[in-house]
Ligand binder design. Structure first.
Ligand code: PMV
Length: 326
């Protein structure tokens, strides 16, 4: 039996603007997906949580299985466990893909390889999403901690790798970085889930339409980029007041782009008084918001009073991890 786990993520700065080349910062959260693989003597076909595995229903798993487990290998029983809410912008499918890569690597090679898991899980996401996927979720889930995506190599950050992928007939390129953050003890991230779901493609198309109609609105995307750079710098220095300030500013620009929602605004208003900073996270139109706070219980209570579901996360959560191998 082999067991591997990988964390979800949230976006601290730069969603939407990153589509236009501005930097974005994501961090791992303390909610994880766990994959268990078991050889069972009696089974003749792959099984998923006790049922026959249906590749059409699980394209990510099918993609990774084909890459990392030869068709002549024994069928396995895959068990999925996890605490990351689905379709809420917290990267549950990326975490699942990364954990599965790790578990299969452990089974075949005796160890997990984060760089290979990050690459393969990114390709699995792209294959399942019509060829379109940025490496943000899968890289954050594989490496853990803080991941910065940018269209240039950011000099003050630790460069990890450059990723290229053909998207809609043209080659896209992302530079991935990380950095050490001096987050003071007692500072936490509270994630609030509205329980509503926004569509990433609808939100991305909405912003594209705004830019097409009025190109002067590109200033808003550049503003998000400038805020993201300032927020990253503040993280590196451990200046949480400045990080919070930048998060709130980032949200104001996202709201002006029209990607927030009444439900997100309600949770953000509730969390703001007890927080250093608040913003929506991910594509928007629903999904989750985040609050940087030194009073996590109070912030969580305020979000729940408004009908949201909340949990407290910490920073520097580890990436892909082998939990068990016997
Ligand atoms: O909702 P999520 O977590 O999948 O994030 C989408 C982030 C966007 O910037 C809106 C789109 C993208 O591809 O980067």
């Amino acid at each position: 039996m082999v067991k591997a786990s990988a964390p979800g993520k949230c976006i601290l700065f730069g969603e939407h603007a990153v589509v236009y080349g501005e930097p974005a910062l994501a961090c791992s959260i303390n909610q994880r997906m766990t994959i268990e693989l078991e050889h069972e003597h009696m089974i003749e076909a792959w099984r998923l949580d006790g049922r026959k595995f249906n590749p059409k229903k699980h394209p990510h798993i099918e993609y990774i299985r084909n890459k990392l487990h030869s068709s002549t290998g024994n069928p396995l029983h895959i068990r999925i466990r996890g605490t990351i809410p689905k379709a809420s912008g917290l990267g549950s499918s990326a975490a699942l893909s990364v954990a599965l890569c790790g578990a299969l690597q452990q089974l075949h090679n005796g160890s997990a390889n984060k760089a290979q898991a990050s690459l393969l899980a990114h390709h699995a996401e792209a294959a399942a999403q019509g060829g379109r996927a940025s490496p943000m979720d899968t890289a954050t889930s594989s490496y853990g901690g803080f991941i910065v995506l940018s269209d240039t190599i950011e000099e003050h950050l630790d460069f990890i790798e450059t990723r290229t992928m053909d998207v809609d007939g043209s080659t896209r390129q992302w530079h991935l970085h990380t950095f050490e953050a001096a987050v003071p003890e007692g500072t936490a991230l509270v994630v609030g889930n509205t329980g509503t779901h926004g569509s990433t493609s609808a939100m991305v198309n909405h912003v594209a339409e705004l830019m097409r109609k009025n190109s002067s609105r590109k200033v808003e995307l550049e503003t998000i980029g400038a805020i993201a750079r300032r927020g990253i710098q503040a993280f590196r220095e451990g200046d949480m007041e400045a990080v919070g300030q930048a998060m709130t500013e980032n949200h104001i620009v996202l709201r002006s782009l029209g990607v927030s929602s009444p439900e997100l605004e309600r949770l953000i208003r509730a969390a703001a008084p007890s927080s250093l900073g608040v913003k929506m996270t991910g594509a928007g139109g629903g999904g989750c918001m985040i609050a940087l706070t030194t009073n996590p219980e109070e912030t969580m209570g305020a979000i729940e009073m408004e009908g949201g579901r909340a949990f407290i996360s910490t920073f520097n959560e580890p990436g892909l991890r082998i939990e068990d191998a016997v």
